[in-house]
Design a protein around this ligand. Structure first.
Ligand code: MG
Length: 338
């Protein structure tokens, strides 16, 4: 096994740093823009409107069932572009490495990023590397930025300005898998065998949906804070409310068990491959069928509807027939989940 580790000199601007960049980053992310090694990537952009986003990833542990910090960084940035209706084009990445990190671990992360970006057809065209002394970081932090093309300005799904009473709310699959997979891995619980992170690039699913249901009114990926937080954000200061149906919300049974054990609520747990979608009521069945045709939407469900009642509030009809007000979570449920 390769025992070599990151040293302060790997970030020092000298030959060690140069070697790391060329042998690992250039070889893995291999594309003509990056290997020019210019101070800035010069890019051709289609059309005249772009989407631009940035994210930082500090997940602990860096490897977990279903993914790792590198795959998470690439997917998270692609998804933030895709849910606004944009087509992801280019990514950049910055690494903050802790002195002492095994180079074999860094390689695993970088190769995972490279594979995820390649599968998405989105090159990583710019990057930076810094090293901090042992104890001043935690193995590896990654910041990614992304640029996408907005092909149709009228289809901005990021704010849901046209959402109205009668619309339906869909989710493309089970909730809570990512947060619970990471938490169980971190705490070394023995019950995590069947729970995998849902970390995935949602662009292909979203592209498929928008092709069939261009009337889609709102999309947001249900990351930190989960489905509940996305819906609270959507109704805030609006003249409509949302009614969720608890028995329609898909949750993997193993996640239900883990949540009961841990006293957590899957509605609030982070996902990394789930998108909340609002479509006009008369398109809901069509949208559901379309999502289910795609591998990332096989467990899609219509989970609620937009109502004229309770403006600004999210109300859940419980499986037992009661009603529960769903509000923002107070405090931090799960730190360092992404
Ligand atoms: Mg997002």
């Amino acid at each position: 096994m390769d025992e070599s580790r990151i040293m302060m000199a790997h970030g020092g601007g000298g030959s060690l740093m140069n070697g790391l960049i060329r042998s690992l980053f250039f070889n893995s992310f291999d594309n003509p823009v990056l290997i020019r090694a210019a101070d800035a990537a010069q890019l051709d952009l289609p059309g005249n409107r772009i989407a631009f986003t940035t994210d930082a990833f500090v997940v602990d542990p860096i490897f977990f069932p279903g993914g790792d910090i590198g795959k998470l960084a690439v997917c998270g940035t692609l998804n933030d572009l895709a849910v606004t209706g944009a087509r992801p084009l280019y990514l950049s990445v910055s690494f903050i490495l802790e002195e002492g990190l095994r180079i074999s671990e860094l390689k695993r992360v970088v190769q995972s990023m490279a594979k995820t970006a390649k599968d998405a057809g989105v090159p990583i065209v710019a990057g930076d590397t810094k090293v901090v002394p042992k104890g001043k970081g935690d193995k590896i932090f990654i910041s990614t930025s992304g640029v996408g093309a907005v092909d149709d300005k009228s289809s901005d799904t990021s704010e849901g300005k046209s959402v109205e009473a009668g619309d339906c709310i869909l989710i493309n699959g089970t909730l809570g898998d990512h947060g619970i997979a990471v938490l169980l891995q971190r705490e070394s619980f023995q019950l995590h065998a069947s729970i995998q992170s849902d970390c995935a690039n949602l662009y292909p699913l979203i592209h498929h949906l928008l092709g069939v249901v261009p009337e889609t009114r709102f999309m947001r990926d249900a990351t930190r804070g989960g489905l509940a937080t996305v819906l609270c954000e959507l109704v805030e200061k609006r003249n409509f409310g949302i009614e969720l149906a608890e028995d329609q919300v898909p949750v993997n049974p193993a996640v239900v068990d883990a949540c009961e054990l841990l006293g957590m609520d899957p509605l609030y747990i982070a996902n990394e491959g789930k998108v909340v979608i609002v479509v006009p009521g008369n398109e809901a069945e069509n949208a559901l069928k379309t999502l289910r045709q795609h591998p990332l939407g096989t467990n899609a469900a219509i989970v609620g509807r937009v109502t004229g009642e309770n403006p600004g509030k999210v109300i859940m009809k419980t499986a037992l027939g009661g009603k529960r007000w769903i509000d923002y979570l107070s405090g931090d449920q799960l730190p360092r989940i992404c």
